[in-house]
Design a protein around this ligand. Structure first.
Ligand SMILES: O=P(O)(O)O[C@@H]1C[C@H](O)[C@@H](CO)O1
Ligand SMILES: O=c1cc[nH]c(=O)[nH]1
Length: 326
């Protein structure tokens, strides 16, 4: 098969040629023929039962019965936000349980709600917390045999040159050095995984914005930091040995590279979903313009209202999909 993908790997069974990249080649296979997730880990087949420890599930349960109809996994930092999102989707889709139930309550670590084809799950702060949750969700989707799921992060961020309350749909994630990769030390060796999002899904999400929306929705690069304070060039942490000038030079450099917002998950989120062959998008609201300051000063009410904005965009997308696939 000839194809424009940069990254081509063979499935361990040798049966499928899989592509990490978004690829338009007809016949390019990223998943099993029925659209379910293939996991590229030969060791999993030797496990009698796979324990998804942080989610509080295991593969001996009827995961296809519980999650086989999942089409959208939406995740974000806080438990409350993801409960609010589940409630939002219950209203948009006019479906779901009468009472929302936290499905991961046995583990106490994250929160997970299911509303029809939508799974809403919290992931905590930063790449380590998010990536543990995401990897267990990928295994859950695999065991549940959920076909062609879309995974969306509904987050918050600091903007670069955007009005606070703007929504950014990420085209890629960059690390603090501006590289579009997720770096992970494995067996003591730092490995780099490309952190690009699915262009088509991101553009479709941006197209969900309406003229009457009281906020702009824009496509842009997202820097994922490993810290909220110095790692995001802030001057207001407990430690700081850089100047206001250093900070501004760094933020302006990011902006010139195409970064429109800063959060703490985009690189790993893009890279892990891409490696799994799952379409994904990162949709974040900005809480402040980092070119104008460091502190998040908007009121609790305003921040809560702004957090709804990515939900509105993603809710429209899911609603449109459900109407077209009734
Ligand atoms: O989804 P959330 O709001 O958690 O995303 C950003 C990045 C960090 O997780 C956190 C820092 O406040 O907010
Ligand atoms: O500035 C911000 C705001 C929210 N989340 C971040 O990571 N940074």
């Amino acid at each position: 098969m000839k194809c424009d993908c940069d990254y081509i790997v063979k499935d361990f069974s040798g049966k499928f040629e899989e592509h990490y990249d978004s690829c338009s080649t007809k016949g390019c296979v990223k998943t099993a023929p029925d659209g379910t997730l293939l996991l590229r880990n030969p060791h999993l087949s030797s496990l009698q039962t796979d324990v998804l420890y942080h989610l509080g599930f295991d593969s001996s349960q009827d995961l296809p019965g519980m999650f086989g109809d999942v089409k959208f996994v939406c995740m974000g930092g806080t438990k409350q936000r993801m409960r609010d999102f589940a409630e939002h989707m219950r209203q948009v889709l006019q479906t779901g349980p009468n009472q929302l139930v936290n499905l991961t309550k046995r583990s106490h670590r994250y929160a997970m709600y299911k509303v029809g084809p939508v799974l809403a799950v919290s992931h905590g702060i930063g790449i380590p917390s998010m990536s543990i949750l995401l990897q267990e969700v990928l295994k859950l989707l695999h065991y549940a045999r959920a076909p062609r799921p879309l995974v969306v992060r509904i987050g918050t961020s600091g903007g670069l040159g955007l009005p606070p309350g703007a929504v950014v749909v990420s085209s890629w994630g960059a690390n603090a050095s501006g590289e579009r990769v997720y770096e992970l030390p494995i067996l003591g060796v730092v490995r780099k995984f490309p952190s690009l999002f699915d262009t088509r899904v991101s553009q479709e999400l941006v197209s969900m914005a309406r003229e009457e929306d009281p906020f702009p929705t824009t496509l842009g690069g997202t820097m994922a930091a490993d810290d909220f304070y110095r790692g995001q060039a802030r001057l207001d942490g407990p430690f700081c040995d850089h100047s206001e000038q250093d900070k501004m030079a760094y933020l302006q450099q990011l902006r010139h590279q195409g970064v429109r917002n800063i959060e703490m998950e985009a690189t790993a989120f893009a890279a892990l979903t891409r490696e799994a062959g799952v379409r994904a998008a990162d949709v974040c609201v900005t809480f402040l313009d980092r070119l104008l300051g460091d502190q998040v000063t908007a009121s609790k009410e305003t921040l809560t209202a702004w957090q709804k904005r990515p939900m509105i965009i993603v809710g429209r997308y899911i609603s449109q999909y459900c109407k077209q696939n009734q």
